[in-house]
Design a protein around this ligand. Sequence first.
Ligand code: CP
Length: 316
Amino acid sequence: MKNFTSVHDVPDIPKLVNEAVEIKKYPLQNTTLGTHKTLGLIFLNPSLRTRMSTQKAAYNLGMNVIVMNMDKDSWALETREGVIMDGDKAEHAKEAVAVMGEYCDIIGVRSFPGLKDKEADYREEMLNIFLKYVGIPVVSLESATRHPLQSLADLVTIEELKKTKKPKIVLSWALHIKALPQAVPNSFAEWMLAAGHDLTITHPAGHELSEDFTRGAIIEYDQSKALADADFVYVKNWSSFNDYGAVSNRFPDWTFDGKKHSLTNEAKVMHCLPVRRNVVISDEILDGTHSVVIQQAGNRVFAAQAVLQTMLEEME
Ligand code: CP
């Protein structure tokens, strides 16, 4: 596994999931594997879970960690080709990224989409600059179109909690007040389908995701039908893909609450966090016994550790 930027980088999904499950049982079994190796964590956008869980995973493997919050700690980066750099960007990403590669053995990068220019976002400009110029393995900490560390943790959580071989998994759009990326739902759909799960996606008309990620899923516009007998409900808002980046608050009844939950098969309720209470999911659900969002966030450590461990083992 040279890089970890999507499910397509993973040669054996069940093996990686099993490794994460084993690491959860014995997180300190490999505390010298990463001795004298450095992980760089480069954030172009805010983070709580990704930053702390990946840092903890690296420490569990004995790695050193350098964290850069680019907006506060470094120079503003130019990404355009052939540009005359007489504006506010002091350094081109080509040099900055190549230099980071001199100081680290593995690098993680978080770069959100602008949600203005679909083609530019879906070209993954910043992630691709890292892949081209850094010269060391790259781990996506959430890119413009995918969040693979989150999806791996989600899959581990489902494997831990499922009561049948083929649980009914539903990805349900939810209300929000801001334009959010499609990265989490794209990635969740891609990982669930690649892992062989049946997936139903429900959302209002106009919030279709790109078929590149959802091909093979059932798309059900009637949320009540979609939720019927669900074993897992992954609640998530995303802005429109077709009317790119548009925010819709025309669907107030898409907040996930107890009434919607009563349609399910006592479903476990998932969300990647952060979550806006009583907009996306109601208090009664988040404070109730069906929510698994904290377990899900806890599993981010073991997902990240499985990925880093695989990369370190391949360096030996
Ligand atoms: N779920 C997730 O990636 O959380 P952060 O944005 O806080 O890292």
